[in-house]
Structure formats: C-alpha cells, structure tokens
Ligand binder design. Structure first.
Ligand code: ADP
Length: 439
C-alpha cells in the first residue's frame, strides 16, 4: 500500500513539475525572458504551497477534526485525503471503544452491587450509581479522595493495610448502621484495586436472629436447670432418705444436668464472643501466671490419671487482650489434651515469641485425630467420634470457642495430629498483639 502510494505520489510530483516547467518555458518563449519566467513559476509554486500549508494549519488548529479537510488537488490533495481517511479510521475505532465502554457502564449501572475502582494509591477513581446509595459516594466531592477518608471504620483500615483479601469484610455502611455491607477486594493491573460491595443486611439479620435465638434459649434454660440440678444435689446429699433404687438414676440425672449446664455456659460464652468484634479489654495479660494456673487446673483434672506436664514459657512476652477470654481458650486446649491423652501420657505447653509474633503450643501424646477431621474440628458440635464425647463429657463447643477468642485477638489456630501418636494445637498471634514487658 505504502509503495503504491509512493509510486503514485512520485508520478503526481513529476507531472506537476513537468507542467510548471512547461508553463515557464511557454512564458519564456513568448517573452524571451526564460530566467524571469522560471523565477516567476517557482515563486508561484512556493506561494501556492505556503497557502496549502496555512489551510492545513488552520484546519488542524480549529480542532474540528470531524469536518473534512480543505479541498485541494495534486500532491496536497493526496496528503489531505490520506489525513482525512486516517482520521475517519480513528474516529470509527474510537466510536467502537466508546460503545464498549458505554455498554460496560450501562451494565454496572444496572448492578445492585457497588463497583468502585481504586488507583494504585487507594484513591477513588470511578464507581457505579449503587456505590452512591450503599456508600454515599458523591462524584463532585469524592473523586480522587483516599477510600479510607470515606469508609472510616477501624476494621476497614486494618483490612486494607493487611492487604489480605482472601476473606471478604463485613461492616456497617458509613451511611447507616442498619445497612450491613460485604466488601470484596480484587487486585488488578498495576496495583489498582476493584472493590465490590454487596448489601448483606438481610443475611446479617438472619444470622443475628439465629444468634439471639440461641442466646435467649440458653439464658432461659439456665434458671430451670439450676433449680433441677440444685434439688438433685440436695437429694443425693441426703442419700439415706432416698429409696436405694433411686440412687443410681439420681446420680445419672445429676451428671447429665451438669453436662447440660456446661453446654449452656459454652453456648452463652459463644454468643457473647460473637456479639462484638474485639474484646472490650485490651490490657496486657501476663502469660506466665496465666499458664501456670491453667497447668494447675489441668493437674487437678488429670488427678489419678498421672499425666506428665511440662511448661516452657519465654519470659517477658505478654499478650494484649481479655484475660478471661484467653484463659477460657487456652484451658480448653489444655483440658482437651488431658481428656484425649491416655493415663501417664505427656502434655507439653510452650509459649514463645519470634519475628512472626507470639505462639502457644499445646502438645500431647494422646489418641490423635485423623487428617480428614482437622479442617472441621472448630465447627460447633463437630466431634471426631460421638462415643468419645460422651465418655469425656465434652460439649463439642470447646474448639469453636478457641477459634472465636483467637479471631478476636487477631490470632489463628493451627492443628497438626498423627493418630495414636498425639496432637499439637498451636495458637499464633501477630506482633501487633504482643505486649513486651520492660526488662
Ligand atoms: P469436646 O467438648 O467434644 O472436646 P471440642 O470442640 O473441644 O469438643 O473438640 C472437638 C473434637 O476434637 C473432640 O470431640 C475431639 O474428638 C477432638 N479433639 C480435640 N482436642 C483433641 C486432642 N488433644 N486430641 C485428640 N482429639 C481431640
């Protein structure tokens, strides 16, 4: 194509030059002044070329490029025609792209979920109308603002800083506490982010109803159960007044009432843990005395079963949080080790710190757990073997409580186990959760 155009241009040029030269020769022949005729011809050519250039410049300057360029002929006509075609091609490509953009914008406008584009610095770049209703973004004010200026919840800030977007984030809307939103972040391009926000108010309400129901039932059952357990205890204490045939049933009733009380206590504790995101306490919890007292309780629980305990505590490292919650989580792990380790087995409790944070490991030489159960172990009422549970009197809620307490202390639980060789439950806490004692 280029070669063809070059050849054609060359012909046109030659033809024009020949016509000019011919005209000059003719004028020279008539006037006898060949030199002047040539100079006049060249002058006219320069003047015409300059005029075409000026027309092109004016056309380019007016920026009305959708209008055809000025008419011309010869080489200039070619140049202007080619410019015009090029420009029409660009125009068509731009129209096609604009149509694609319009369609994408139309479809995101129709979405009920908010779609927000953030640039690599986390500033708001573009959003759909749903973002205005869910998050209250306003085009005139908020374009180019850091997203953290508009969603000021501390958990949002922490989530964005940690940049771990595997799990979505649930938060109340900045517009109203009654609106519950779920944030999904996706990284794309050059460090830019796509933020998808869904209204999960209905789901949240259902979840809340479930939690309230469990908490209320547990609460309501507590008083009648306390009365029943109290009378059973009185009857058993006065065993001589009771028909001997009733002694064993009474003891079994007392045992089961005790289990029910443990269950209700655990359910109430879980409901309390779920009610807020973070513990109300954020005091340094001294780990050494806490672990010593848990070990003493575990020794009492082990009693005749003569487990061998070791406790290694790295001094000077404490945790920020709620002592009551941490005690409950750590004792659950240690008591499980006692429950699921045969007599005379070994139980090792270790607390240490490193650059990744602080860690508590509870290791036992007990019956262990098959790998297939490990991912589900922290689910409520999940039991490896229901006969084990009735033998040990467990509620099936212990590890669910551990998981919740750890979440509230920004920690996580790691479980490794080999059947018949033992298990290790390790709690990992990030450096931000450590309170170091001044030495
Ligand atoms: P439970 O009250 O039944 O002990 P948990 O939630 O504390 O409930 O534990 C769930 C299940 O995990 C238990 O039923 C038990 O089968 C298993 N498990 C927990 N800790 C251990 C352990 N140290 N060794 C072996 N199995 C364990």
């Amino acid at each position: 194509m280029d070669e063809w155009m070059n050849r054609d241009w060359r012909g046109t040029l030659l033809r024009q030059a020949a016509a000019l030269l011919g005209a000059c020769l003719l004028v020279g022949l008539v006037t006898g002044e060949y030199g002047w005729a040539l100079a006049l011809g060249l002058g006219l050519q320069v003047a015409w070329t300059t005029r075409q250039l000026l027309r092109l410049r004016t056309w380019l300057q007016t920026q009305r490029l959708d209008e055809p360029p000025p008419e011309s002929h010869g080489l200039w006509g070619d140049v202007l025609d080619n410019l015009y075609h090029l420009q029409r091609r660009h125009q068509r490509a731009r129209d096609r792209l604009q149509a694609v953009i319009d369609r994408v914008q139309e479809s995101t406008t129709a979405l009920k979920d908010a779609v927000v584009l953030l640039d690599s610095d986390g500033n708001l770049e573009w959003w759909n109308p749903a973002a205005e209703t869910l998050l209250g973004l306003k085009t005139s004010h908020d374009s180019g603002q850091p997203v953290g200026n508009l969603i000021r919840h501390p958990r949002f800030k922490e989530y964005v800083e940690q940049a771990n977007y595997r799990e979505p984030l649930d938060l109340p809307s900045p517009l109203s506490d009654r609106l519950r939103l779920q944030f999904h972040f996706t990284r794309y391009g050059n460090g830019e982010h796509l933020m998808l926000v869904r209204d999960v108010t209905r789901l949240h309400q259902l979840e809340q109803m479930r939690k309230d129901f469990v908490a209320n039932v547990s609460h309501e059952l507590r008083t009648p159960l306390t009365v029943i357990a109290g009378y059973l205890e009185t009857l058993i204490d006065n065993a001589e007044d009771v028909n001997p045939r009733w002694r064993r049933p009474l003891q079994q009733m007392q045992q089961q009432a005790g289990r029910m009380q443990n269950l209700l206590n655990d359910l109430l504790l879980l409901a309390k843990l779920e009610a807020t995101d973070y513990p109300s306490d954020n005091q340094p919890v001294h780990m050494e005395p806490l672990l010593r007292s848990i070990k003493a309780d575990a020794l009492a629980l082990s009693a005749q079963r003569a487990h061998r305990f070791t406790l290694d505590v790295e001094p000077g490292i404490d945790l920020k949080g709620s002592e009551a919650e941490l005690r409950s989580a750590f004792s659950n792990l240690v008591f499980n080790a006692v429950k699921y380790t045969p007599d005379q087995g070994e139980i090792r409790i270790r607390w240490w710190g490193d650059e990744q944070g602080a860690h508590l490991a509870v290791q036992d030489s007990g019956i262990g757990i098959e790998a297939r159960h490990l991912p589900r172990l922290t689910e409520r009422f999940y039991r490896v073997d229901s006969s084990r549970a009735s033998a040990t009197g467990g509620t099936g809620l212990g590890l669910a409580i551990v998981k919740h307490v750890l979440l509230r202390h920004r920690g996580r639980l790691d479980i490794s186990s080999v059947p018949n060789h033992g298990s290790t439950f390790t709690c990992h806490f990030p450096p931000a959760q450590i309170a170091r004692q001044a030495s």
